[in-house]
Write a protein that binds this ligand. Structure first.
Ligand SMILES: [Zn+2]
Ligand SMILES: [Zn+2]
Length: 348
């Protein structure tokens, strides 16, 4: 059995790439050092912050809530609130909502739940069904990703957040990096840094990733140690996604040559720097270039992605007068989305 490199007690954590083995106590110290170093290095937080932790109920975001709640006790200007977006996936979401509510009440943490149903009128299950009926070319994760981000930003702003912290770990980030390379989507790669978003748009709440340099196996162990991991994790739609395959592939590579994940993260940073220098996909030019002509939220186009999807699904009402009053480019986008929806409905 491996022994702790610091004190010689039985190790609970082994990192082959770093030649490191740690007992529980020294793992927790190592974890804390790593996250604090990330926060300092990338200047993720300011002296006064209302931090909204985006909680999915999964182990990573629960670990982040636990971590930041405890860290904030030592920082006088910080306040931490949990925010969960409930997309209404039956047989999955009920459990994670309960996990958050139980945990928050036990630790006296403020929390909010923002429901798809309240913000867009439909649950994700209903939206996925409708998209299938209409034959729209999207995977469930597209609807979920776009609408979740949209609702997260709106709800966080309504709560008064100055920053949103998400539980993305190193594994998540390098998976997305690889997926974007596969899709030749370099503008998205620029946004994979530890701080993201069009900070200059008045309605945008900036997003930070305190677990940017932390491996998934580390956030998992941290969650297990603090009793935040109950094993019920995977979204039922996850296995339909490309991410599933990419994740398995990277894990196999890491198994064969330890350190590949870190190396991918460094490649990502190099890519971000090179892209920035060329002015490709600067955050301010991307998502915050427009205010959506229909809902007013920050958008990369005259009509935001969330409104485009809602129009295509036929779940958003736009009166002829409203349509008439839109600027030309926005009007064209809205009309083509509405037309698509109508054509598909007629074909059924
Ligand atoms: Zn030790
Ligand atoms: Zn919109």
């Amino acid at each position: 059995m491996a022994r702790c490199s610091v004190c010689g007690k039985p190790a609970v954590y082994v990192n082959r790439a770093a030649g490191l083995a740690l007992c529980q106590r020294h793992f927790l110290e190592y974890f804390d050092r790593k996250v604090r170093r990330t926060i300092r290095k990338y200047k993720l937080f300011r002296p006064r912050e209302h931090i909204v932790v985006a909680v999915s109920g999964g182990k990573d975001s629960m670990a982040l809530l636990h971590y930041l709640h405890n860290l904030a006790k030592r920082v006088p200007g910080w306040r931490v609130t949990a925010l969960l977006v409930d997309e209404g996936i039956r047989g999955y979401r009920e459990y994670t909502v309960k996990r958050l509510v139980d945990y928050a009440e036990e630790h006296g943490i403020e929390y909010h739940i923002a429901r798809f149903k309240d913000y867009v009128g439909y649950t994700l299950d209903e939206i996925v069904r409708r998209g299938r009926e209409l034959g729209l070319p999207y995977l469930p994760c597209t609807y979920c990703g776009v609408l979740r981000r949209y609702i997260m930003n709106r709800a966080a702003r309504e709560i008064g957040a100055t920053v949103i912290a998400t539980g993305h770990n190193l594994d998540d980030i390098v998976q997305t990096f690889l997926m974007n390379i596969l899709g030749n989507d370099w503008a998205k790669i620029v946004r994979l840094g530890p701080i993201s978003g069009p900070a200059s748009h008045p309605r945008f709440v900036r997003k930070v990733k305190p677990f940017y340099e932390v491996l998934e196996k580390e956030t998992t162990l941290y969650a297990v140690i603090h009793g935040l991991y109950t094993g019920f994790e995977e979204c039922p739609y996850a296995q339909m996604s490309i991410r599933w395959t990419v994740r398995r592939m990277i894990n196999e590579l890491e198994e064969r040559s330890p350190g590949v994940k870190y190396s991918l993260l460094r490649s990502l940073e190099t890519a971000i720097n090179m892209l920035r220098r060329q002015g490709i996909g600067e955050p301010d030019e991307e998502e915050g270039l427009y205010s959506c002509a229909l809902c007013g939220e920050p958008a990369a186009h005259p009509i935001c992605r969330a409104c485009q999807l809602r129009l295509q699904l036929g779940i958003m009402e736009v009166s002829p007068e409203k349509l008439e009053s839109l600027p030309p480019e926005a009007r064209r986008m809205a009309e083509s989305a509405l037309r698509l929806s109508e054509e598909r409905s007629r074909r059924r």
